[in-house]
Design a protein around this ligand. Sequence first.
Ligand code: ADP
Ligand code: GN1
Ligand code: MG
Length: 358
Amino acid sequence: MEEILQQFRTDGTPARCVPYGSGHINRTWLAETDRGHRYILQQVNTATFPDADGLMRNILLVTEHLRRKDPAPGHVLTLVQTRDGQYYIKRPGNELWRMYEFIAGGVCLDRAETPEDFRRSGEAFGRFQQQMADFPAAQLAEVIPGFHDTPARYRAFRKALAEDRAGRAAGAEAEIRFYLEREAAAGQAVSLQRAGKLPLRVTHNDTKLNNVMLDAETRQPLCILDLDTVMPGLAANDFGDAIRFGASTAAEDESDLSRVHLDLGLYGAFAEGFLGACGAALTEAELESLPDGARLMTLECGVRFLTDYLAGDTYFHTDRPGQNLDRARTQMALAREMEAEEGRIRRMTRQIRKKAGV
Ligand code: ADP
Ligand code: GN1
Ligand code: MG
């Protein structure tokens, strides 16, 4: 680790380095130098992101673009160069390391402490989409092809089910049935996009609450993090993924399902923030697709968790047995409530649109 830290142009000599954050993909550390300057060191998961050069090029392009829109320090991720002027280190075995300036004074929440926090995160992701609207999407590498191609996620699920590598399918029959029953419905947004009814935009694609940093004191949005998956995508996916994670009353891996509910107050708060920031730029079809996006992203993410459970937990970080199955189950609980409340959610969204004038 020391050897890696030394290769970056840090202000002072790295003196401390501790694991940090709660992401499921990369490994993240907080490093501090003897001069008290803090950095985020990340080992990027190249099993997930094999195209290291494409990925890092995307991040450079996106952060440069965002900085032109908003140059305030701490509002955009800043990569730290290596001593030989690169923005990342590649090591044997396709190891990829990068360093960011640590953004101080912010919080990344796993749960919104108030609806206001969630409204602010909606504003941040809406603004992100707005700021990226004039970015030429063709310049971005598609770092994970088909990342939100829900039918393709279902095909991977069926494959894992047929292979049953970890011998877990027999113990997850109800969950498997639940997701299979919804396979046709889950492909709705992708079909609309392919039919030319929903446009592709530059989206974040991983809009979990803990991928946005809020000012610890004012709770105003500070910075959007985790730019690894910025690619062409659907507005409904960014909206929906944020809802599936942040409008739940419980953690994504909660094992007591009686605690897992869709909080409509949180849904409304996010929708207000998001639509206020980017609603005017969305088409009527996109605006109408947002509530569906929440259900579709919940199903897609649940299918991915169940697929990983069946495959033996090889994709998402786990720290206990059964964690991916618990994650798949929380998404089921949320999707069920989204189905049951569909009419209400749609009406609420229309009211919010009206208030936002979009
Ligand atoms: P993953 O892909 O594994 O989710 P992230 O890039 O989201 O990795 O980083 C994980 C966590 O590290 C974030 O949720 C956040 O708490 C923290 N983090 C990441 N970048 C920074 C930064 N530049 N400044 C402060 N904290 C950061
Ligand atoms: C992963 O990297 P992180 O933890 O922000 C995943 C998302 C999932 C999410 C579920 C690159 O996000 O797609 O929605 O876990 N990221 C990747 O918590 O697969
Ligand atoms: Mg993250």
